[in-house]
Design a protein around this ligand. Structure first.
Ligand code: PMP
Ligand code: GLN
Length: 422
């Protein structure tokens, strides 16, 4: 009874404070230096993500801007996108295609994606029932998790993992189970995976080509994964946003290539990566109909539908396969150009087989933590990168920094000049 009376008193008090004119509030605020009225007046909420701060990409890009540093931290190209693609978007806007797209995506875009999936991975998919256009890869991942896991289901993910994975699982009341990739090659220890599987394991998330390491899963990895998930009835959420950024003699191994795996997988892609336009936030999922049906139930209430003129333009643009099939070669040249620029530096170069990220070890240069090193380099040497430890739950720090080489030669040259002097 007393508790109830106290609650009523506090609610009334809060309401009277809320109604006070601004001028009185400002006075109270000054007094708040002594007595914290702000705290008294704010609601007590329990954070869904108590351990999560601001994304490292936001932190480092802001630091780069504030310090006038070259920004090789956040992964985005600094060169122009195709003029033809811009023209097609413009054309579609002028033609009046500016209202809601159909909830699962523009039919012409889903149709052409289905054709390309068939050509690339030899897998027949029905655009209408198996492909969903999303607001980038991030929303595709989130909607898939939201739709497919129940509270307390366990989701296995591999660290270093992309920063949205664990929070997306937690926001949907799942339990992230972090397994560290092997050092130094960032491969998966499947025996460890098997040991962590139990009756609550609902999903395994993979990412190939891998951000931040640039490593790839090979055919044997996918076959082992297929065996595991078929045996235990687990869904695979496969982040393949860098599917076309694969170098040298390597090949991208998509879950879509393996029929058993594909029957229990959601594959996630992003046009932001493929067409150098990360700001558009348009991506898609490819998943069998029974999974797609559920994903769309979540998708329709998370964003409903995605930018119409961009979808229409992409559908037309991709008729010409030249618009994307040379992407691997293009970024391989960028990687090689960057490595050329840092030849002779004290950084140790780790292998990069895919993605547009190059890991460099500074263990011969400094014993600072990677977070301190990234901050110091941004502020004192005017070059921003991403410290790799932030992608680990246990904050493993191997003195590695991630550099994005999706940049003009001029930018990469300037970055190389800085790195060579360290
Ligand atoms: N997954 C990975 C591995 C990424 O690196 C990114 C972003 N670069 C995304 C998902 C998100 O893609 P999008 O920007 O299309 O949301
Ligand atoms: N995916 C990009 C990266 O890894 C960043 C995306 C973002 O800023 N959320 O750098």
């Amino acid at each position: 009874m007393q508790v109830k009376a106290l609650k009523t008193f506090l609610t009334d008090f809060h309401e009277s404070v809320r109604r006070l004119p601004a001028i009185v509030k400002r006075r109270l605020h000054l007094a708040g230096n002594v007595f914290n009225f702000d705290q008294l007046m704010s609601l007590q909420i329990t954070s869904r993500l108590p351990e999560t701060g601001t994304s490292i990409f936001t932190v480092m890009s802001r630091m780069a801007l504030e310090n006038g540093a070259i920004n090789l931290s956040q992964g985005f190209p600094d060169f122009p996108i195709s003029a033809k693609l811009i023209e097609l978007i413009h054309k579609n806007m002028l033609a009046g295609n500016n209202q809601y797209a159909p909830m699962p995506g523009v039919p012409a875009l889903k149709k052409i994606i289905a054709e390309i999936v068939k050509e690339t991975y030899d897998r027949s998919t029905d655009g209408e029932s198996e492909i969903t256009i999303t607001a980038g890869g991030t929303q595709a991942l989130f909607s898939s998790i939201a739709a497919l896991i129940q509270p307390n289901d366990e989701v296995i993910l591999f660290d270093p993992s992309y920063d949205s994975y664990a929070p997306s699982i937690k926001l949907n009341s799942g339990v992230p189970i972090h397994i560290n990739l092997n050092s130094p090659d960032f491969s998966i220890d499947w025996d460890v995976v098997k040991k962590r599987i139990n009756s609550r394991t609902k999903m395994i998330m993979i990412n190939t080509p891998h951000n931040p390491s640039g490593s790839l899963l090979n055919e044997n990895d996918l076959k082992t994964l297929e065996e595991i998930v078929l045996k235990y009835g687990i869904i695979v959420l496969s982040d393949e946003v860098y599917e076309r950024l694969v170098y040298d003699t390597h090949q991208h191994q998509s879950v879509l290539k393996f029929p058993g795996l594909a029957s229990q997988s959601v594959a996630v892609f992003s046009f932001g990566k493929t067409f150098h336009a990360t700001g558009w936030k348009v991506g898609y999922t490819v998943a069998p109909e029974y999974l797609t049906k559920e994903i769309r139930k979540a998708h329709q209430f998370i964003t409903f539908s995605v930018n119409t003129p961009v979808q229409m333009a992409l559908a037309e643009y991709m008729q010409d396969r030249d618009s994307f099939i040379h992407l691997g070669k293009f970024f391989q040249q960028k990687r090689d150009f960057f490595l050329q620029q840092i030849k002779g530096s004290s950084f140790e170069v780790l292998p990069c087989h895919g993605s547009y990220f190059q890991l460099l070890s500074y263990k011969n240069i400094s014993d600072k933590t990677d977070v301190a090193m990234a901050e110091w380099m941004t502020k004192e040497r005017k070059l921003a990168s991403i410290p790799v430890s932030v992608f680990y739950k246990d904050k493993s720090d191997d003195h590695l920094l991630r550099f994005c080489f999706a940049k003009s030669e001029e930018t990469l040259h300037k970055a190389g000049e800085i790195l060579k002097k360290l």
